[in-house]
Design a protein around this ligand. Structure first.
Ligand SMILES: Nc1ncnc2c1ncn2[C@@H]1O[C@H](COP(=O)(O)OP(=O)(O)OP(=O)(O)O)[C@@H](O)[C@H]1O
Ligand SMILES: [Mg+2]
Length: 372
């Protein structure tokens, strides 16, 4: 199957976007219309424990079953899928090379990738795309995307076990950009950091004009916060998860009113993982500013299930000195308000940042770098 070379291919026909999260499997399906994408289906279910690790499907059988459940409970009609790969082995690089044709480029890509891949090119799935000629006319800008092949084959096995047809795979940063920023948006020409705080990891990306010059994945997310509550308050993981959703709040100097003792205790125990998270985000944004001198980051969009932690947006805004907004990708398309009430979309939106962007691909809402 030529599936393995599909980072930049098109997935003709209706597709369902599937995000293989380690905490939740999520899916979004859009239909096309003259007014742009129309939201048709949104659904998520808990990922069976331990079945996805570091973005890799560890148990295809179990995930295949869960995908069947996701598709049937969510009433999805599409059977062809687009999914994303993410994690430390996913590499996105824009490089400059002498002008050459697509065929020559394919041959040279492997050698270029050898210089920056943290694993053997033989284990990698690599794809490249010519973005255009450089200003001098002698060279061209090329986008190289690579992932460890296991990541892709393991997803493919699970999808096929679920009776689905894997049509396209792309890398997660492109999905998030497509979900959140369109060429006619005011901030399209600005550097925007898109941060996806998930369960086991957080991805930190900077985008401008449809490109993603910076992407990084760090192994810290909501699980670390839950674990800190479980250990610190001596409760089970399940109870800690519930407390995190219902009682956890990041306190600040602005909290002048009385704070219940449990809220203070939770805040104290979650401070170390939160500090670690902020430090990683700081380091990433500083690296971006050093690498691309003269570029400033204007704002931050926050997605992922853990962006729902109360006050995380205000806390990050204070720490980073930047405006931070909660991502709501599902409100960025036409939808029937009777099927999708505003509070449902707002509640589910941040978690769906990857799945929504996937679902929108091939409906005309392309980012430049991820376009076919
Ligand atoms: N209301 C909430 N408040 C705080 N945390 C929440 C809330 N809802 C979900 N979370 C946390 O979000 C995390 C899951 O986020 P998400 O669904 O984005 O992860 P994932 O994509 O499955 O995981 P990963 O990307 O790390 O593989 C969990 O740690 C969960 O506890
Ligand atoms: Mg995720």
């Amino acid at each position: 199957m030529s599936f393995l070379n599909k980072f930049f291919s098109r997935g003709n026909g209706k597709l369902v976007g599937i995000d293989f999260g380690s905490h939740e499997l999520k899916a979004v399906q859009y239909g096309g219309s003259s007014r742009g994408p129309v939201l048709e289906h949104v659904y998520r279910i808990a990922t069976p424990a331990g079945a996805i690790k570091d973005g890799v499907v560890a148990d295809a059988q179990v995930i295949g079953e869960a995908l069947r459940q996701l598709m049937s409970e969510g009433s999805f009609s599409a059977r062809r899928t687009i999914s994303a790969v993410s994690g430390p082995t996913v590499v996105v690089r824009q490089i400059t090379m002498p002008v050459m044709n697509e065929r020559e480029l394919r041959d040279s890509t492997k050698y270029e990738a050898e210089r920056f891949l943290p694993y053997s090119v033989d284990e990698a799935q690599i794809d490249s795309k010519i973005l255009g000629k450089s200003e001098d006319g002698q060279n061209m800008d090329v986008l190289i995307v690579a992932a460890q092949r296991d990541l892709i084959t393991s997803q493919m096995a699970a999808l096929q076990l679920a009776g689905l047809t894997p049509a396209v795979v792309e890398v997660e940063p492109f999905s998030m950009v497509r979900a959140m920023i369109a060429p006619d948006d005011a901030l399209f020409e600005q550097n925007v950091a898109i941060i996806n705080v998930g369960g086991s990891s957080t991805s930190i990306n900077v985008t401008k004009a449809g490109f993603v010059p910076f992407t990084r994945n760090v192994p810290i997310g909501g699980n670390a916060i839950t674990k800190a509550i479980a250990n610190g308050l001596n409760v089970s993981n399940e109870d800690a998860e519930k407390m995190k959703r219902e009682k956890a709040r990041i306190l600040s100097q602005q909290d002048t009113g009385p704070v219940p003792p449990t809220v203070t205790r939770i805040f104290n125990v979650i401070t170390p993982p939160l500090t670690e998270l902020v430090t990683e985000i700081h380091k990433s944004l500083d690296y971006f500013r050093t690498r691309f001198r003269g570029e400033t980051i204007q704002s931050v969009m926050l997605g992922g299930g853990s962006s729902r932690l109360e006050n995380l947006d205000a806390f990050l805004s204070h720490e980073l000195g930047l405006p931070v907004s909660l991502a709501n990708p599902l409100e960025r398309s036409t939808h029937n308000a009777a099927d999708f009430p505003a509070d449902f979309l707002r509640d589910a939106g941040p978690s769906m940042i990857v799945a929504a962007g996937l679902g929108k691909r091939d409906l005309g809402a392309e980012t430049r770098s991820a376009a076919a």
